[in-house]
Write a protein that binds this ligand. Structure first.
Ligand SMILES: O=P(O)(O)OC[C@H]1O[C@@H](O)[C@H](O)[C@@H](O)[C@@H]1O
Length: 261
């Protein structure tokens, strides 16, 4: 129990945040957990893959629910391309991360999607989920450690435009993956790197994830608690539980004690 961090009469920190007592650090995925950008990624992927598949006889369009959740969501850019194409029996040369967007390579296709993603992000205004902001505020007020852990190489920019920098003490993202040669989700390596940066053991950290690959990474890393966030409905909550989530909510505000949410 965090008796010394008590937030009020009879409340422990973890009561306020809806977490078990052993949790002292929080590792948040970004897209779909802190910001509504999972849907923007999904739109950009759908348009990119549909254009690519159009020239290939017998291929059905990209399914933004099943294909996105099973093969793309939460994984680093190139892994999403590779895994989705493999599911359709298509192999492309790997190329390199600096390939131009018109290159017929795994990286080229991923970079084509990124051009579209950046255009969509520029067109819209980006606001973090209000429930996530309240949760971050409470976590900060209660003295819990906080990091963002995302496969996206656009994490720094998205965090900055959503005004979330002040709540986050560490960032492990798609750029870190490339620089340090880390394995992306569903491997636990990015979450483990963030826990290390915060100076906590995995068992002391809670993982917050909307993607099946991310929940699987939390489970594989032996983290102390894994919260699945289902913002899409359908079978996703059940899928998150089957992937290893200890609890599934539709918004982080659901975890906050009454009076704080
Ligand atoms: O292409 P980026 O911005 O590096 O993002 C990689 C992945 O980042 C994840 O956060 C998203 O769920 C995926 O949809 C995305 O493909």
């Amino acid at each position: 129990m965090h008796a010394t961090l008590s937030s009020g009469i009879g409340d422990t920190v973890t009561d306020v945040l809806g977490l078990p007592d052993h949790v002292t650090a929080l590792l948040f995925d970004l897209d779909g957990v802190l910001t509504p950008t999972a849907a923007v990624h999904n739109r950009a992927w759908t348009a990119t893959f549909d254009e690519f598949l159009r020239d290939r006889p017998g291929q059905r369009p990209f399914d933004p629910v099943a294909d996105y959740n099973d093969f793309v969501d939460g994984k680093p850019r190139a892994a999403g391309v590779r895994d989705f194409l493999a599911s359709r029996g298509i192999t492309l040369p790997e190329g390199s991360p600096d390939d131009p967007p018109d290159a017929q390579t795994v990286n080229g296709l991923g970079n084509r999607k990124n051009v579209l993603l950046l255009r969509l992000l520029e067109e819209g205004t980006l606001e973090a989920y209000p429930g996530s902001v309240r949760y971050l505020e409470q976590a900060q007020a209660q003295g819990l450690r906080r990091a963002v852990v995302s496969s996206s190489a656009n994490t720094r920019q998205v965090v900055a435009s959503a005004g979330l920098e002040r709540y986050l003490e560490a960032r492990v993202d798609g750029v870190t993956i490339r620089e340090r040669g880390l394995k992306g989700k569903p491997a636990p390596d990015t979450f483990l790197a963030a826990a290390e940066e915060l100076g906590v053991e995995p068992a002391q950290a809670a993982v917050f994830e909307d993607a099946l690959a991310g929940v699987a990474a939390g489970k594989a890393g032996g983290f102390g608690y894994v919260v699945g966030i289902d913002r899409v409905g359908g079978d996703h909550a059940g899928d998150l539980r089957r992937a290893g989530a200890d609890r599934v909510v539709s918004d982080l505000s659901e975890l906050l004690a009454k009076g704080e949410s």
